[in-house]
Design a protein around this ligand. Structure first.
Ligand SMILES: Nc1ncnc2c1ncn2[C@@H]1O[C@H](COP(=O)(O)OP(=O)(O)O)[C@@H](O)[C@H]1O
Ligand SMILES: CC(=O)OP(=O)(O)O
Ligand SMILES: [Mg+2]
Length: 394
């Protein structure tokens, strides 16, 4: 019987599940699941690798406590494995801070240290740690492994890693960390699989989902990214403002007399596409709307993506490739077209038909910058890390 790992990827709008066989060198997907929080009645649906639905369970209404739900999922998985061993549960943890920059086996001490990072990712850290606790209480003997969104950016160096504030703050950990690393790492591995020469190219990866950030890749490593100390920085997101004049915060606190909690809520949960459109955080709803505010929100989104691609190209001293990924990057051809139109001055030109059909390579013939769409898979990144940690201790 071979070993399996269950991967839990808690994002800001969903929890994605993946069960992987880790006997082969490359973990093999056995089945996957989704708990979509944007649905009216959230439910877990598990399907096999080909998409055939195998299991469905609704979250009981009026609760956000998922132990009952996870208990059902575990019972189902153990039945599904029919005697095969569940070797570990691997988790996406959004913030690793200074102490966690490679995957680790989760201990009580690690949970406390990760919980202390909640102010640096208030929307995510509690959502990532809740499943860890649920598994701990349901299956206390089961190994749990934390894989960090920040780890891929661990090598970020000055000037890209630095804020222009007095240096003693950096010594206290106030620096740019970057996020979505498990996604960027997966995309980098896919690029290397498509063609080894990608390793020598200057590439910007645009992870555009409910949260969104860019990563500048050089030799497959992150050399710059748009998120900073927190996942609030950089691009306009579903409900987050992205880069903002820090004077706005001071003004809200001092002159509008908002509380710190209210400012936090405004910037993390009431801004971005939702705040500007007054309609929705969901790009699908905005693209379908005729409201001028919805159009303006979409325009601001694409304007800022293009502007930050130029910032990343500055770090890379040029641009050879642009890759779109994440829910919006993979599915919204219209957004890709608008971003690329804004970047024509940088040599970005796409084939309208290839883009509309969602092909992998969407650059126009002769475009100096290659443009690709690569569906991300953070669950595979986590499964690879779990396999490596379980087999080699690293
Ligand atoms: N066909 C589509 N067109 C435009 N946007 C889409 C489409 N499908 C998904 N999206 C967007 O992708 C977002 C979710 O992206 P995803 O990367 O799955 O999110 P998360 O950050 O929760 O992992 C949704 O909020 C929605 O705005
Ligand atoms: C870090 C982050 O923004 O994650 P998500 O896209 O899942 O919100
Ligand atoms: Mg995500």
């Amino acid at each position: 019987m071979s070993d399996s790992v269950l991967v839990l990827n808690a994002g800001s709008s969903s929890i994605k599940f993946g069960l992987f066989d880790i006997a082969p060198a490359e973990p093999k997907l056995q089945c996957r699941g989704l708990l979509d929080e944007q649905e009216k009645v959230p439910r877990i649906v598990m399907s096999d690798a080909s998409g055939r639905q195998l299991f469905e369970r609704r979250r009981p209404s009026g609760t956000s406590e998922d132990n009952g739900l996870f208990s059902d999922v575990f019972a189902w998985i153990e039945d599904y494995l029919a005697g095969g061993k569940l070797a570990a549960v691997g988790h996406r943890i959004v913030h690793g801070g200074r102490a966690f920059y490679r995957p680790v086996v989760i201990t009580g001490q690690a949970i406390a240290a990760l919980e202390a990072l909640t102010p640096l990712a208030p929307l995510h850290q509690p959502r990532c740690l809740a499943p860890v606790r649920a598994v701990q209480s349901l299956r206390p003997q089961l190994t749990q492994i934390a894989c960090f969104d920040t780890a891929f950016h661990h090598g970020l160096a000055p000037p890209a890693s630095r804020f222009a504030i007095p240096r003693h703050f950096e010594e206290r950990g106030i620096r740019r960390y970057g996020f979505h690393g498990l996604s960027f790492e997966y995309v980098a591995s896919q690029l290397a699989a498509i063609a080894p020469q990608w390793a020598d190219k200057r590439v910007v990866v645009a992870h555009l989902g409910n949260g969104a950030s860019l990563c500048a890749l050089q030799k497959g490593n992150s050399v710059d990214t748009t998120m900073g100390l927190t996942p609030l920085d950089g691009l306009v997101m579903g409900t987050r403002c992205g880069t903002i004049d820090p004077g706005v915060l001071l003004y809200l606190l001092q002159e509008e007399r908002m509380s710190v909690d209210d400012v936090q809520h405004l910037l993390y949960e009431g801004s971005g596409l939702l705040g500007v459109s007054g309609l929705s955080a969901d790009m699908r709803a905005l693209l379908a709307s005729q409201k001028p505010e919805a159009r303006e929100a979409v325009d601001l989104f694409t304007f800022r993506v293009a502007a930050e691609v130029a910032v990343m190209a500055n770090t890379l001293a040029g641009l050879d490739g642009l890759v779109f990924t994440g829910g919006i990057g993979e599915h919204a051809a219209d957004i890709r077209q608008r971003v690329c139109d804004r970047l024509s001055w940088l040599g970005v030109s796409i084939d309208t038909a290839a883009n509309a059909q969602g092909e992998q390579r969407i650059a126009a013939k002769g475009s100096p910058v290659d443009v690709l769409v690569i569906p991300t898979n953070e669950e595979v990144s986590i499964a690879r890390h779990c396999r490596s940690l379980l087999r080699t201790g690293r």
